[in-house]
Design a protein around this ligand. Structure first.
Ligand code: G6P
Length: 611
C-alpha cells in the first residue's frame, strides 16, 4: 500500500510527480504530499485525494526539477495533513517518503525521545527519518552510510526515497519488501512503486531488489547492497503502453476492465492455445512437468480475489489431475507453522505480485523445500521473481481497486495448467483434452456475449441498489464464484454481502431470509443444477427475493426467479469464467447507483504491501 513517485532531471518535477501519484492512487488515497528542491526543500501535504496538491504555490512548483511524492494508505495514525508524507527530520535536513511498515518503530521512537527528538505525526515514517538523522549526526557519516546502518536495524518492510538539504541533485532510495522501479531517461530519472507513472517518459526500467540502495543523480544510477558493494543495474524494457493504463472512454477503470475481458482473455490464451495443432503451451509448467506430475499435493496461497481463483483451481486440479489441493489464505499459512516441504508444489496467485502475506508465505515454503509456481499479472514483480517458475496472466494493468479482469485471467491460466498436467498424468483422456481446448477457445466470445447484456443487468441493479444485505449462493465450481460475487458487491457498494455454498445455507444463513433479502444464485447448467433448483425453491418458500445467473435457454429458473442474468452454456470446469461476469457488472452498477467511487472504495487499496 501507499504509492511513491520521485523525479530528478531537467523538467519541472511537480507535474511529473503529481500525474504519477494520480496513477498510483489505487495503492492508497487518504492523503498525499510532495517535497521539492528549490533553494531549500519545500513540502506540501494534505489529507484527501492527490488532486488536493494542485493548490500548491505556483512559484515553487514551476521551477524545481527534483522532488519526491507520496499517496498514503494509513497504517500508523489516521489520515491527516500531519500524518501525510513526506516527513522531515527534526533539523529539517532530511525529507523522505516511505511505503511499508517499520515494525520496531515504537522502540526506536523511545530511544529518540530520550535523546530529545520530537514528533509532529503518529507515523513510523517520521521515526525512521529521525533515526537516520541521529545515526548521521552521531557517526558524522554521509547519508548513504547512515541509511545503510539504519536499515540494518529496522524491522519491517520499506521502500524509502530520501532528499538531503545541501545535495539538491541527488536522491537516495532503498528497498526491502515493498516495490521500487527506476525509469532510466536521458539526463533524468524517475522512481515509482510501479511502472505506470514512468511509462510515458521511458520504457527502460530497473527493478530494485531487496536490501539494495540506489544513489540517483540526473545522469547516474549507482546501485549498492547494504554491504556497500556496487551492483551492476539490470536495465529491462517495459512491455506496456500508455493506453493500457487510461480509461479509454469508460466512466470508470472498473467498467473498462470488465469490458477488457474478451481482449485480456485472448491475450492470456495467445501463444498458448493452438487450435490448429490442438496444443497447449505453458513453458513454466512444461519445464517442470515431472515436479507437477509427481507432486504429493499442491498448496495454493493467495489473498482476496486471487484466493477465490485458488478455490476454483482446487476443483479443477483435483478433478483433472487427481492431486490433492489445499487452498490457504497466505496470511494464515505464513503464521501457522504449516507442514510443507519437498515434494509439495506451492502455487502463489497474485495480480500485483507484491502482496506482503503472499510473498512471505512463498519464502517460508521455499525455505522448507517446496517448489514455487507463480501465477502473477504484474511482470517483473516480487512474487514473479521469487518463484521457481510461473505463468503470467497477461491481463494488462488493472487499476480499479476491485479485481475483475485479473480474476478471469487467473482462472484461465489455472485451467490451462490443470488440463495440461491432467493430460500428462493421463487422468484427462484425449477426447476430454480436445473438448476442453475447444471450450477454452470459445471463452472470450462467450464473455463478450455476457457483456452485451450489460443494459439489462443495469436494470436489475436498479431493483437492489438500496438493499442492506445480500446473500450469494453457488455449488461446485460456482461456489467460489458466489464468494467472489459477494466480495465484489461489498467492496464496491458497501452493502453487507455473504457468499455461501448453496446447500450450506440451511445451516445458518436461511435464518436471515425474508422479503427484504436478495439472494443471488449462480445457477448455470451443471451437475448440481437440480439441487440448486431445490435451493431456490427453499428461498422462495420463505419469500426471499431471488436473482439468478442462469444458462441460456433455462426456462425453469427463469420462471422461479424475480430477476435473471443470462450467460451462454459452458462446460462446468470453465463456467466460472462466464458466470462471474454478471456479478461484476451488477456490483459495478449498484456501486454507481449508490453514488460511490467504485474505482477507489473507502479503506481499500489495490496492492496490500503490508501484512
Ligand atoms: C487487495 C485487492 C484485491 C486483491 C487482493 C490480493 O485486497 O483489493 O483486489 O484480490 O488484494 O492481491 P493480489 O495482488 O495478491 O492478487
Amino acid at each position: 500500500m501507499c504509492g511513491i513517485v520521485a523525479y530528478i532531471g531537467k523538467q519541472p518535477a511537480f507535474p511529473v510527480i503529481l500525474k504519477g501519484l494520480k496513477r498510483l492512487e489505487y495503492r492508497g488515497y487518504d492523503s498525499s504530499g510532495i517535497a521539492l528542491f528549490g533553494d531549500m526543500v519545500n513540502t506540501f501535504k494534505k489529507k484527501g485525494r492527490v488532486a488536493e496538491l494542485e493548490a500548491w504555490d505556483e512559484e515553487i512548483i514551476s521551477t524545481a526539477t527534483v522532488g519526491i511524492g507520496h499517496t498514503r494508505w494509513a497504517t500508523h495514525g489516521e489520515p491527516s495533513d500531519a500524518n501525510a508524507h513526506p516527513h522531515s527530520s527534526n533539523s529539517g535536513r532530511l525529507t523522505l517518503v516511505h511505503n511499508g511498515i517499520i515494525e520496531n518503530y515504537a522502540s526506536l521512537k523511545q530511544e529518540l525521545v530520550q535523546k530529545g527528538y520530537t514528533f509532529k505525526s503518529e507515523t513510523d515514517t517520521e521515526v525512521l527519518v529521525n533515526f537516520i538523522e541521529d545515526i548521521q549526526i552521531n557517526n558524522n557519516s554521509s547519508l548513504e552510510e547512515a541509511m545503510r546502518i539504519a536499515l540494518k536495524r529496522v524491522v519491517g518492510a520499506y521502500v524509502i526515497i530520501v532528499m538531503e538539504e545541501g545535495f539538491p541533485n541527488r536522491l537516495i532510495a532503498a528497498r526491502k519488501g515493498s516495490p521500487l522501479v527506476i525509469g532510466v531517461g536521458e539526463g533524468e530519472h524517475f522512481l515509482a512503486s510501479d511502472a505506470s507513472p514512468i511509462i510515458e517518459y521511458t520504457k527502460k526500467v530497473i527493478y530494485v531488489n531487496d536490501y539494495e540502495l540506489a544513489i540517483i543523480t540526473p545522469d547516474e544510477i549507482i546501485l549498492k547492497n547494504l554491504g556497500n558493494e556496487t551492483i551492476t543495474p539490470y536495465i529491462q524494457q517495459l512491455d506496456m503502453e500508455l493506453a493500457q493504463i487510461e480509461k479509454g472512454g469508460f466512466d470508470h477503470f472498473m467498467l473498462k476492465e470488465i469490458f477488457d475481458q474478451p481482449g485480456s482473455l485472448t491475450d492470456c490464451l495467445r501463444g498458448r492455445l493452438d487450435m490448429e495443432n490442438l496444443t497447449l503451451t505453458l513453458a513454466g509448467v512444461e519445464e517442470h512437468m515431472s515436479v507437477f506430475s509427481q507432486a504429493k499435493r499442491i498448496i495454493i496461497v493467495a489473498c482476496g480475489t486471487s484466493w477465490h481463483a485458488g478455490l476454483v483451481a482446487e476443483y479443477m486440479i483435483e478433478t483433472l489431475c487427481r492431486i490433492p489441493v489445499e487452498v490457504e489464505y497466505a496470511s494464515e499459512f505464513r503464521y501457522r507453522n504449516p507442514v510443507v516441504g519437498e515434494g509439495d508444489v506451492l502455487i502463489a496467485i497474485s495480480q500485483s505480485g507484491e502482496t506482503a502475506d503472499t510473498l512471505v508465505a512463498i519464502e517460508k515454503a521455499k525455505e522448507a523445500g517446496a517448489f514455487i509456481f507463480g501465477v502473477v499479472n504484474a511482470v517483473g514483480s516480487s512474487i514473479a521473481r521469487l518463484s521457481h517458475s510461473g505463468a503470467y496472466t497477461h491481463a494488462g494493468p488493472e487499476i480499479g481497486v476491485a479485481s475483475t479482469k485479473a480474476f478471469t485471467a487467473q482462472l484461465t491460466v489455472l485451467a490451462m495448467m490443470a488440463i495440461k498436467i491432467g493430460r500428462e498424468k493421463k487422468t484427462v483422456t484425449e477426447s476430454e483434452y480436445n473438448r476442453y481446448l475447444a471450450e477454452l477457445a470459445l471463452i472470450p466470445e462467450k464473455v463478450k456475449a455476457v457483456l452485451e447484456t450489460h443494459e439489462s443487468i443495469k436494470e436489475v441493479a436498479k431493483h437492489y441498489a438500496d438493499a442492506r444485505d445480500f446473500l450469494f449462493l453457488g455449488r461446485g465450481y460456482n461456489f467460489p464464484v458466489a464468494l467472489e460475487g459477494a466480495l465484489k458487491l461489498k467492496e464496491i457498494s458497501y452493502i453487507h454481502a455473504e457468499g455461501y455454498p448453496a446447500a450450506e445455507m440451511k445451516h445458518g444463513p436461511i435464518a436471515l431470509v425474508d422479503e427484504n433479502l436478495p439472494v443471488l444464485f449462480i445457477a448455470t447448467k451443471d451437475a448440481y443444477y437440480e439441487k440448486i433448483v431445490s435451493n431456490i425453491q427453499e428461498i422462495k418458500a420463505r419469500k426471499g427475493m431471488v436473482i439468478a445467473v442462469i444458462s441460456e435457454g433455462d426456462t425453469l429458473i427463469r420462471g422461479m426467479a424475480d430477476h435473471v442474468m443470462v450467460v451462454p452454456e459452458v462446460d462446468e470446469l470453465l463456467a466460472p469464467l462466464v458466470s462471474v461476469i454478471p456479478t461484476q457488472i451488477l456490483s459495478y452498477y449498484i456501486g454507481v447507483l449508490r453514488g460511490l467511487d467504485v474505482d477507489k472504495p473507502r479503506n481499500l487499496a489495490k496492492s496490500v504491501t503490508v501484512e
